[in-house]
Ligand binder design. Sequence first.
Ligand SMILES: [Zn+2]
Length: 133
Amino acid sequence: MKLNPLEPCPCDSGQPYKTCCQPLHKGAAPPTPERLMRSRYCAYKLGLTDYIINTTHPDGPHYQANRAQWKRDIEDFCHTTNFVHLAVLSAVGDSVLFRATLFAGTRDVSFTENSLFRQHNGRWKYHSGTQTP
Ligand SMILES: [Zn+2]
C-alpha cells in the first residue's frame, strides 16, 4: 500500500504519517509501548512484514524461528484483512489496551487486546497479548 507521508497516519492517531509511524518504520526507536503498538498496527495495514518481525520480542510466544514461513503468514494475514480502525483505550507502563476493528471479507474479526511490551537491547518490543472478541 502506497501512502503519502502527509496523509493522516493509518494508526488513526490524527497525526500525519510523516511525524507519526513513518520514523519508526524507518528505524527510529519507539519512544513508548503505545507508539510501538500503533506503529505495528500501521505496519500490518501497510504490509510491512519485516517491521512486524523485527519488533516482536524473541522471548515472546509469537516469535517464530522460521522467518520465511512467518513472513508468509503475516503477508497472508495482511492481504486477507481489512484494517478499519484502531482505538487505544489505555496505555500504562509496559501494557497497552486497544480495540482493533478488522474484517476478513464480510466477517467481523475485531478484537480487544491487552498487549505487553518488553525491552530488548534497549528497544521496546511486542512480547505477548491477551485477546477478547
Ligand atoms: Zn501512526
